[in-house]
Design a protein around this ligand. Structure first.
Ligand SMILES: Nc1ncnc2c1ncn2[C@@H]1O[C@H](COP(=O)(O)OP(=O)(O)O)[C@@H](O)[C@H]1O
Ligand SMILES: [Mg+2]
Length: 247
């Protein structure tokens, strides 16, 4: 059974088509890497999965149930948790309060308390900082907290959008360790990254997105050359940062 499936999804922003008939699936217990250059539509896939962007065509399935057009909370309740840019942590609330707020949304008080203790067991770094305002955590610690927040209900599948973006190598190690722990506990993962090396080592399948279209689906080994060719052919943000002056 597929934990998550997009079938021919077309979606965008107003008249702009960011995704054109995108199909991909994440089997139960599997890890799929979604990679591709900046602007390819990766975050739009994450938003479709979370119910924040509704497809104009195609379907979103979670555990085989059609949730196309469903509200974000219904998708979450169906077992899909998403860690998405801009949906992170409440800066003024403590680490524990952030987790309680999140767990309390779908668990009763006693189950939420159990989930909190389980989280602190799994994330000692967060346990040490449980009373600290989330806004004072480092970028990597905040990313770990935003990941921990969605795990209270033992989701069937987690969609993680650029968890490692801008983090130190040590913080990226922490994040990937937690993803492995999650996977070992039976959770399926759709891991979205622009930096491909790390995620292709973790995944058992890769999907490459380019300008809103699936350019490759297959083993991670096969994705690397496709991405390299693309990055060679496309202007990267770095190359745009220093425009060549006209002669
Ligand atoms: N809120 C938005 N409004 C309009 N266009 C958007 C919005 N978000 C993203 N886009 C456009 O959709 C395309 C895909 O963006 P995105 O999914 O963020 O790509 P990626 O995550 O792969 O970098 C880009 O061309 C981007 O400019
Ligand atoms: Mg993105």
């Amino acid at each position: 059974m597929n934990a998550l499936e997009l079938v021919g999804v077309t979606a965008g922003y107003g008249p702009y088509r960011a995704l054109d008939e995108v199909s991909l699936s994440v089997p139960d217990g599997g890890i799929v890497a979604l990679v591709g250059p900046n602007g390819a539509g990766k975050s739009t896939v994450a938003r479709v999965c979370a119910g924040l962007v509704v497809p104009t065509e195609g379907r979103l399935l979670v555990g085989g149930d059609d949730l196309t057009g469903a509200a974000p909370w219904r998708i979450a309740r169906a077992g899909l948790a998403s860690v998405i840019e801009g949906r992170g942590v409440f800066a003024r609330l403590s680490v524990a309060e952030n987790l309680e707020l999140s767990f309390g949304r779908w668990l009763g008080p006693s189950a939420a308390a159990t989930a909190l203790e389980r989280t602190f067991d799994g994330f000692p770094m967060l346990a040490e900082r449980r009373t600290q305002p989330a806004g004072t955590l480092s970028g990597g610690q905040q990313r770990l907290l935003s990941l921990a927040k969605v795990l209270g209900d033992s989701p069937r599948v987690v969609v993680a959008d650029e968890l490692s973006l801008g983090l130190s190598p040590a913080a990226v190690e922490d994040i990937y360790l937690q993803l492995r722990v999650l996977h070992a506990a039976g959770t399926a993962l759709l891991v979205i990254e622009q930096q491909t090396d790390r995620v292709l080592g973790l995944a058992d399948r890769a999907v490459v997105l380019d300008r809103g279209v699936v350019a490759f689906t297959g083993p991670p080994d096969g994705a690397s050359p496709v991405v390299r060719r693309m990055l060679g052919a496309t202007a990267t943000p770095d190359s745009l940062a220093e425009p060549v002056s006209p002669a």
